[in-house]
Ligand binder design. Sequence first.
Ligand SMILES: [Zn+2]
Length: 444
Amino acid sequence: MEKVIVEGNCANAGQEFHGQIEIIGGVIARVGKKLGKADHVFDDNHLIFPGMGDIHIHAREDEAGTQSYKEDYGTVTAAAINGGVVQVAAMPNTPQPLITDERLAWHRNRCKDLPVSFVHYAGIGPGTRPLKAHVPYKVYTGPSIGPLFFRSERELRQALQHYKGKPVSFHVEDYGVLVKNGGRPTHDKRRPVECVEAALGYVLQMIEEFGLDAKLCHWPCGGKSFGMIRRHRKRGFRTTIEVSPLHLYFDTDMLGKKPELWPYVQMNPALQGKRHRLQLIKALKEGFIDFLATDHAPHTLDEKFRNFGGEKEYLRLLKSDIARCRELSCRNGTSGTTQLDTYALLAAWLMEEHGFTPKDIARVACENPGKFANRFHAGKGKFGRIAPGYYGSLTVLNMKKPTTVTRQMLRTKSKWSPYEGITFPGSVAMVMIKGKPVKPRKNL
Ligand SMILES: [Zn+2]
């Protein structure tokens, strides 16, 4: 069996060490000192992490292929590798939603030979039932992208009673509050914090009532919601929480000064003020929030700039009529941003700008996502740590080589990023998957 040795400064959740990693047949056999002549040696500018995992992405491809123009499993795999990510979990709200075992089999078969490992969520919508396969589930309490959502608490309860004890991830926004605020001037006011808090109230109640193994997706705010979750956990429920890099990097205080940025950063739930953003960063660092998960949502620029008739017209107005440009930017556009290509860059930024240790990053970007995914994979190894029995999948960052995000470097098929023009304080030096260094290619 093929053997490879990697050497350098390594980080696990709760542990940092300098040493060697011996990988045999794709799985880590030994970790230690002087195991042999190293095939890859990384100097002190580098950090070796367990392969990173993004447990909330949208790949857009399904049997009908009607949205493969914006992303498919091949391009999303290339974007993941580009962003230092070796395992992902894909959401079910494709045009033909993944809600049956037959459709699950199609998606699994499509992904089985790709270097990045996929877990597929199954959707919960009005009238759905659990699959035979062991999968995580996703439920949308309010409308976002796609047809799977609930209009009332009653409807949601009727569906969830069939999923007792199951792993269920929640998109938490209340339909009623959304409708009430639909006419307001900016995305954060149309989808205010109260919309999350209102839904969280009944979501936590249902998690407790049905004993769900729950996860809250892309958490957008601190404040009252943290208190509600803290009290829920004190009652014995270990509901986990994701946060998207977008909610850590941008806030509405920035957008107040530059409202023309809205089309690039519109996502659901909406960005909120700086106070919320800083609370999210602190909560991720301290372990209250469990996962760095992007919600990678690859819409095309034409879709993002539909109020303008395309990005070209937006750029023209930006120069010639900033008032009109801002007015159109604040209108409701298409929600969702591409973020897989930049996953590891945001991890570097959290270390450099917000005092995350390599151990913190290993916890939120490697070990916790690994623990989530390992329950649904049947392979011979595990994801999330540099330790014997885990996959020889590694994400190596060069913390002395900054990266400026450009459209050209992206591998997502939708070819844009909310971080374009921003310089991050690190770069991806190598991604190794099951003992093999991989390069992001366009078509897999
Ligand atoms: Zn999502």
